[in-house]
Structures are given as C-alpha cells and as structure tokens.
Design a protein around this ligand. Sequence first.
Ligand SMILES: [Fe+2]
Length: 358
Amino acid sequence: MEKPPSYSELFNKVRELEKENWRINSAALHNINHAEAKFQSILDTVDVHMSLINRDLNIVWANWKARRDFGEGIIGSPCRNACFDGCNASCPEGKKCLVRDAFRLDSEQRGEAEIVGSNGKKLYFSGTAKVVAHDRDGRPESVINVYHDITEQKLAEEQLRDSLIQLRKNLSGTIQAMAMTVETRDPYTAGHQRRTSDIARSIAQEMGLSTEQVDGIRMAGVIHDLGKISIPAEILSKPGMLGKMEYSLIKNHPETGYNILKGIDFHWPVAEIVRQHHERLDGSGYPDGLRGDEIMLEARIIGVADVIEAMSSHRPYRPSLGAAKAFEEILEHRGILYDPDVVDASVRLFKRNELNVH
Ligand SMILES: [Fe+2]
C-alpha cells in the first residue's frame, strides 16, 4: 500500500500549482493586454469618432479622434457631451437620438446631423449607433457610436446646387433677353411668346406631362418666334395681307430660330421644339413637312397654343378674332392639323376658364 504524502510534500505541491496558475494567468493577462492595445491602436488610427456607451448613456471608452476633439474627460461623462446632434442637457424624448434608439430598439441606427462649430462654421456628420453587447437577460448593455465628418462632401453638394440654381437663373435671364429682342422689333406681337408659353404650359400640365417636360415647353414657348429677328420689321408689322415673297420670308423663322439656338445646351430640346412649332399632323406644316408622331409632342403643344393665342389677339392686319373662333379652328382641324389630345386638353382648360384668352 502506497504511503500517503507528508504535510510538507502536500504544501510543496500546492505551492507548485499556485505558481503554475499564476504563470498561466499572467500569460493570459499579457495576451489580453496585448490584444487590447493592438485593438485600441487600430481604432485610434481611423478618421472617425468612436465611443462606447453604457445603458446609463455614459461614455466608457473613446478612440483617439474622439478624445482629441472632446478631451480625455469625455470618458466617464454623459454621451451628450460628445453628441453632434445638438442633444441638450435634458435629452428630451422627442428628439432623435441614435444611441437611445439603438438601446430601445436593439437595432442599428443611422442618421445625419448638422451643427455650428465653435468658429461659427457649419459641420456635418453622419452617424451610426449599434448594440455591441447584451446582459445575461438579453438586454442591450453597450452601444458603439461612430460619427463620420462629411462636411467637405456636404459643402461640395451645396456649392453644386447653388451653381445649378445660378445657372438656371442666368439661363432664364438670357431667354428673357432673347424674347425681348424679337418683341421690340415687332410691337404688335409683344407678349405673344409669353402668352403662348403660358397656354402651352397649362396644356402640358393638363395632359399630365412631367415637370421636366413642362419646364422645357415653357422655356421653348417664350422664344418660339426668335427666328423672326431676321425678318425686316416692316414685314412683321405690315398691315394687310402679305405677298408671296414676304410670306416665304416669314416661313423661315422656325429654322432661323433653330440655327440661333442649336449650339446652346439648354438641358431641354429647345432648338428642336422651336424648329417644329409650325409642323402639322398631316405634313402640311413647315419647314420639314413632318407628320404625326414625327413631330415632337412639345412642338405639337406649342403649335396649338400659338394658334389659340394668335387668333385671340390683335394683329396688324386684323382685329382679334376671339377665343371662340380660335377654338372653332382647332376643333375643325382636330386630328388633321392638330394633335387630338392637345386639342382636347385645351378645350377642357378653356371650358374651365383657365386659359386667360377671350
Ligand atoms: Fe411662329
């Protein structure tokens, strides 16, 4: 039978086990510290603000960028101290808070925030809050909050939007100047282009065209007779009927307008619409004798609006024929010269008294 170990043998054995345990624990601790330092240095190199927030909405950890911008004191302080969303001291429930929502809904939350920095400049941030740990009962325990500075991107977008608005304003001014140039030479038709444009826009809206198409029609309408600039003023304002030569000069105006406008990038096919506004469905129009769908819808609309406006207004060679006569004309030639859908939309508008023609 084996002899039981002595007290001193047992004591030595326990000491050895303790030493071994200590060695294992220190190695594990060393590995954990090493891994944590490595992890921390990786997170410190990223160019975003990162903070870990507990259920009491206090920051328990922050990366270098967050500590640099908010001070080392943010660790242990309430998360509102590092909030870009303008969170005030009372953190009102009604206000959108990514961190609180992440805890409440246990899901990833994303959002953007705009703040005014200490130098008075606007700063923009894009943020994400995500639950990274749960307690034993499965309740969210901590949330990682990541904020990314998108100020440069936002400012570039704002600048682009401003330039676009400015560009459109300039374009509108140029169009207006072009319209006035032709109308000052032809006082009898002054306002004709603007009124035609208004009628054409109403028809296009009545037909349910897109805002984009309506804008193009409005723009082309305002300068549809630009080509008349090349017609001698005495012909434009001549009372009485025109001779054959004079009429052929007048008929050049859609093409002349097209040639003036074709080099300008309008964003809409303005030059083409201007060229086609005297084309008619049966091919009897000018300058190209296009038929049916060969004629752009925009030009078919301006063509009808042009007739309605011209017949309802005074001309050097005749008094106003009146809107009723204009509608007689377009209804008589509905589907022959004029697009039936465009005529129908005009009639509906006229019956509702929405065309401002008499
Ligand atoms: Fe015209």
